[in-house]
Every structure is written in structure tokens, then in C-alpha cells.
Design a protein around this ligand. Structure first.
Ligand code: HEC
Length: 112
């Protein structure tokens, strides 16, 4: 029995750590970072999608939980966003970046 407790202590900590890492990763991916390609494409149009993501996280969780961008398609975000942008008192440039982020991370529009 020598060292059994030590082994349990050691093994016991890993599932906990892995569990915490999983929760952390799955939370992060709900509001995902975008690919370098997407960031660069937007940058060439002077839109900073990472800043848009931050604006979204910082300004859109005051009244309700953050919605996952992939919950809606682009068309739906274009419909929902203006009202919410007003509620959050976003400036025009913050609005533009946050909406660009949401559209870039949105689920694909259904093919008609
Ligand atoms: C002042 C409070 C408030 C703020 C700030 C706010 N919302 Fe909302 N949001 C609401 C309320 C209330 C609803 C419920 C339905 C409605 O009013 O359309 C809602 C609903 C939503 C929905 C669900 C719409 C649907 O059709 O299911 C989305 C998505 C959303 N908000 C996104 C955002 C985004 C993006 C921002 C930041 C730009 C934001 N919200 C900031 C109050 C807020």
C-alpha cells in the first residue's frame, strides 16, 4: 500500500485538469478566433476582425449570454445586429468591426 495515496493523488489531478482544459477550450471555441486567411483578407479592407471579436465579447454580454456566432447565418446577423448595436451603444466603427467578425464566423447561409 506504500505510495497508493500518492498515486491516487497524482492520477486524480489529471482528469480534473483535463476537464478544466476542456471546458476552457469549449468556451473559447464558442466565440472562435478566425483563420489567418480571414484576418488578412479583412485587414486588406481595413477591418480588424480580432478587434471586432473583442468588441463583441466586451459589449454584447451585458444583458444576455453571448450568442455563438455560428448560431446564425450572415443574413440573420444582418437582421439582428442593428437593433442590438443600438442597445449596446456601439460607435459606427465598433459596429462595423463586430458585425464583420460575426458574419465571418457565422454559419453558412443555406443555398437557395
Ligand atoms: C441593453 C441590453 C442588450 C444589449 C447590450 C445587447 N442585447 Fe442582444 N438582446 C437583448 C434582448 C432584450 C433580446 C431579446 C429579443 C429582442 O429584443 O430582440 C436580445 C436578443 C439577442 C439575440 C437573439 C435574437 C434572436 O432572434 O434570437 C442576439 C443574437 C443578440 N441579442 C445579440 C446581441 C449582440 C451582437 C449585442 C452587441 C452588439 C447585443 N445583443 C447586446 C438585449 C441586449
Amino acid at each position: 500500500m506504500i505510495g497508493l495515496r500518492a498515486i491516487i493523488n497524482k492520477v486524480g489531478a489529471y482528469p480534473l485538469l483535463i476537464g478544466m482544459a476542456f471546458v476552457w477550450v469549449s468556451c473559447m471555441s464558442a466565440v472562435p478566433h478566425l483563420s489567418k486567411q480571414q484576418l488578412d483578407d479583412a485587414k486588406s479592407k481595413h477591418i480588424d476582425l480580432e478587434a471586432g471579436r473583442r468588441t463583441y465579447i466586451n459589449n454584447c454580454s451585458g444583458c444576455h449570454e453571448l450568442h455563438t456566432p455560428a448560431e446564425f447565418n450572415k443574413t440573420q446577423w444582418m437582421q439582428i445586429f442593428p437593433k442590438m448595436s443600438q442597445k449596446a451603444h456601439l460607435s459606427i466603427s465598433d459596429s462595423t468591426e463586430a458585425l464583420a467578425y460575426l458574419c465571418a464566423a457565422a454559419k453558412p447561409n443555406e443555398v437557395q
